[in-house]
Design a binder for this molecule. Structure first.
Ligand code: SF4
Ligand code: SF4
Length: 200
């Protein structure tokens, strides 16, 4: 199982507490910010686990290479602090389940990925896409699954994302252009944070 890389010591010696000081949804000073992050990293309770709206911002604000938002999400799941009713979370998890119905265009080394949202295909028009189309793909097998971070569920991401990365690798692609920024975040940020190798 993949484990999040998070260094509690980086928080203990943090000069800014920027992750939570800059959070747009809480009003915290540096000392409280650092104190709460250290508590969360030790598995202790924190109001942050309830107040976080899953905006992802603190992943950008931390300049020390830690992963505050992923940690908050991990701890929420461990403590059962859910962000949506269980039935809705389950419904969403079912939506992303691979079902062998993916569709591809003319696959080249560079590919445009729509996640599982085929509706985007009609938006792809004009010169911006000349160097990639008609090399495209969509379907649950190529869906990054990072949406589940908003449901405080990293388990399903850790289970499915390595398979998704593997599916891209099997196509032999070298560059993936993501229509959705969260998919880009999955491959460029979340996967490395959990030690998953991304060969494209
Ligand atoms: S997560 Fe980053 S910014 Fe936040 S306290 Fe830790 S090291 Fe500092
Ligand atoms: S992800 Fe949560 S804690 Fe981080 S900046 Fe957004 S609301 Fe604040």
């Amino acid at each position: 199982m993949y484990e999040l890389k998070f260094d509690e010591n980086l928080c203990k010696t943090c000069p800014t507490g920027d992750c939570l000081v800059k959070c747009q949804y809480m009003d915290l000073d540096k000392n409280v910010a650092i104190e709460e992050m250290v508590k969360i990293s030790k598995g202790e309770d924190s109001f942050v686990l309830r107040d976080c709206v899953t905006c992802y911002g603190c992943e950008e604000y931390c300049k020390r290479g830690n992963h505050p938002f992923y940690l908050i999400t991990e701890m929420r799941q461990k403590k059962g602090i859910l962000t949506a009713p269980r039935a809705i979370t389950k419904q969403w998890i079912n939506i992303g389940e691979p079902r062998g119905k993916f569709k591809t265009g003319d696959i080249k080394k560079k590919i445009l990925s729509f996640g599982f949202m085929a509706e985007f295909l009609q938006l792809v028009q004009g010169r911006l896409f000349d160097d990639v189309m008609p090399s495209y793909i969509f379907g649950q097998e190529f869906f990054c699954n990072v949406v589940y971070i908003h449901f405080a569920n990293t388990s399903i991401i850790k289970e499915r994302l390595p398979m998704v990365i593997d599916n891209f690798s099997k196509l032999g692609v070298e560059e993936v252009v993501c229509m959705h920024d969260e998919c880009y975040g999955a491959f460029a940020s979340l996967a490395p944070a959990y030690g998953m190798e991304v060969p494209f």
